[in-house]
Structure formats: C-alpha cells, structure tokens
Design a protein around this ligand. Structure first.
Ligand code: NAP
Length: 293
C-alpha cells in the first residue's frame, strides 16, 4: 500500500511535540505513514495551501486555524462553532475540516475523573482555548464562572454574550482573578500563568484552589505547574494539558483512517510525552545554567 503523508502547518513550529505523538500513533496503528512539520510564513500560506491539501491529512496550528477554512469544501459542526480547524481530512472527493481540541479536552478531564456536567466550572482566561471550553460548558448547561485579569474584562464579557447565543439558558458569571467566590467542581486554567519560564506564578490563591474538587491546567511545560503542585498538596486531583494534547491527536487519527486505539496504549503515550517534556525541559534549564556560568 502506498505510503500516506500527513503534515502539521503552522508558524513557528520549532518546539512542536506533534511528530513525537503522531509517529507513535502511526506505529500503534501499524501504518507506514509520514508525519512532517511544515513551517510556513504568512506570505507563503495562500499560494501553497492548495498543493498542501493534496496530502492525505493535515493538522493546522497557530496562525492558520481560521485562514484554512475558506480553502476547504466542508467543516464539521464543532469547527463551525469555534470558527477554528485543527485537523483536515483530504479525501479524493472533498476536503473536510474538524476541530479535535474540544474532544481532547473532554477526554482529558474524563481521565482526571470528572466531566463538565458534574457541577459548576471555574474557568481562568477568556482567550482562544477558554472560548472553546466555555462553549462546551454552555452546551452542557452547567454554571460557569469566567475569571480574568482586570484588563481582560471586556473580552470576558464579550465571551459571555457569545455563550448566550449558544445556550440562552446558561448561567455565566464574569469576575476578576482576585475576586473569585464560591465553590466549584472543576477549575480549568486557560491562561499562560505558570508556564515556563514563569514557573513560580499561580493564577489564583490557595483559598480558591481549596474550594474546587478537580484542577485541570492546560499548560504542559512545566508538567507540574505551581497550580498543580498546590492542588496536589491539598489532595485535590490535578492534571496538566498533556492528556488534551495527546487525545486531540488521537481524534485526528480516527478522522484520517478510522483508527482504534487501546486506552492503555494512549495512557502510556501520555506518560511518555510527559517524560519527553521533562527531559527537554531539564535539558533547557541545564543549557541556560551552562550559558550563565
Ligand atoms: P490566548 O488566546 O492568548 O488567551 C490567553 C488568556 O490568558 C487570555 O484570557 C489572557 O487575558 C490571559 N492571560 C494572559 N496572560 C495573563 C496574565 N499574566 N495574567 C492573567 N491572565 C493572562 O491563549 P490560548 O491559545 O487560549 O492558550 C491559553 C493557554 O492554554 C496557554 O498556556 C496554552 O499553551 C494552553 N493551551 C494548551 C493546549 C493543550 O492541548 N494542552 C491547547 C491550547 C492552549 P488578556 O485578554 O487579558 O490578555
């Protein structure tokens, strides 16, 4: 059978974990396929995109998740809802765009032991990823609090108005990170606070963390953020964003060739991806220390 080719389009892609994850998924499926990074600048995107759609499948990342849409024959319901495509199936007859980030997130919190309909959700941030998560919460009808820094309030208010168009009956409260009140089933961090190199920062206080049952931090570098560390000290189950990253890739393989994986193989891939990040991260720190000395 002819070797199939898949590419990740984006810019920049230097630190992408996608080849590590997708190559493992092709191995698990016993598929002899090639997965390449295709770093493409904005001025070259439009003139190359049609020939890139001749691959068997694509992943799309920043900054092309919206720009790709007008080149596709169809997009699925979730991609339409978020106006964002991260996976393309390039069939013989048509090209179809999907958004698998939401499935990755939902499976990530399932692995943690909870779900969006299990109780109120506290969402930190109102950017791209928060928009997707807030929409999924609105679809379930659970109570949602969006907490942002002071300057982010207009963006959070705009998100709340948008959620009303998804589900007019949803209950959405907007507040600032230092004024969070109440108790929640799940806290989701969709801000970059705590990400390398600002590892000592935590978006909320210990008091807020102690008012939640589960913590999911979308950040995966470092693998244990200050937020996760504080939650674990309080015996609150907490996970990083690696499970979301791996599961959104798993869904891409289901779309490309109806792949079916064993849960234990994906759990192992999540652990191995974490180990890969830890090794690179340790390497980066030691490189930095060498440069300083
Ligand atoms: P984004 O669109 O830039 O949104 C970032 C959000 O965080 C905005 O609401 C922004 O508020 C807020 N923010 C930024 N700096 C802040 C600070 N110092 N204090 C408080 N709030 C701050 O980014 P995104 O694409 O949604 O990504 C958010 C995070 O999720 C990133 O860490 C990203 O790496 C991670 N992520 C992980 C996955 C995964 O698969 N695990 C997938 C997607 C994203 P303003 O509006 O005030 O700037």
């Amino acid at each position: 059978m002819a070797q199939k080719t898949y590419k990740l389009l984006g810019y920049p892609l230097a630190h992408s974990l996608s080849p590590f994850i997708h190559e493992r998924l092709f191995q698990l499926s016993k598929k002899n396929s090639i997965y390449d990074l295709y770093e493409i600048s904005q001025q070259n995107f439009e003139q190359n995109v049609e020939s890139l759609l001749k691959n068997d499948g694509l992943n799309i990342t920043i900054p092309y998740k919206v720009a790709i849409i007008k080149h596709l024959d169809k997009i699925d319901e979730r991609a339409k809802l978020y106006n964002s495509v991260n996976t393309v199936h390039c069939g013989e007859k048509e090209t179809v765009g999907y958004n698998t980030d939401c499935y990755g997130f939902l499976q990530g919190i399932k692995d943690l032991g909870t779900s969006l309909d299990a109780g109120p959700v506290l969402l930190l941030g109102a950017g791209g990823a928060a928009n997707m998560i807030a929409t999924e919460v609105a679809l379930t009808g659970s109570r949602l609090t969006i907490a942002v820094r002071e300057s982010g309030l207009p963006r959070a208010e705009a998100l709340r108005n948008q959620l009303m168009t998804v589900n007019a009956a949803c209950y959405v409260n907007v507040t600032t990170l230092d004024q969070i009140e109440g108790s929640y089933n799940l806290l989701v961090n969709a801000t970059p606070v705590g990400m390398y190199p600002h590892m000592n920062e935590c978006p909320v206080s210990k008091e807020v963390i102690s008012s939640v049952k589960y913590v999911y931090d979308l950040i995966y570098n470092p693998v244990e953020t200050k937020l996760i560390q504080m939650a674990r000290e309080l015996s609150i189950p907490a996970a990083n964003g690696i499970s979301m990253l791996v599961w959104q890739a798993v869904y891409a393989h289901k779309i490309w060739y109806q792949a079916d994986f064993k849960k234990e193989d994906i759990d192992k891939l999540i652990r191995d991806t974490e180990e890969n990040i830890v090794n690179h991260f340790v390497q980066k720190l030691s490189d930095r220390d060498t440069q300083k000395s």
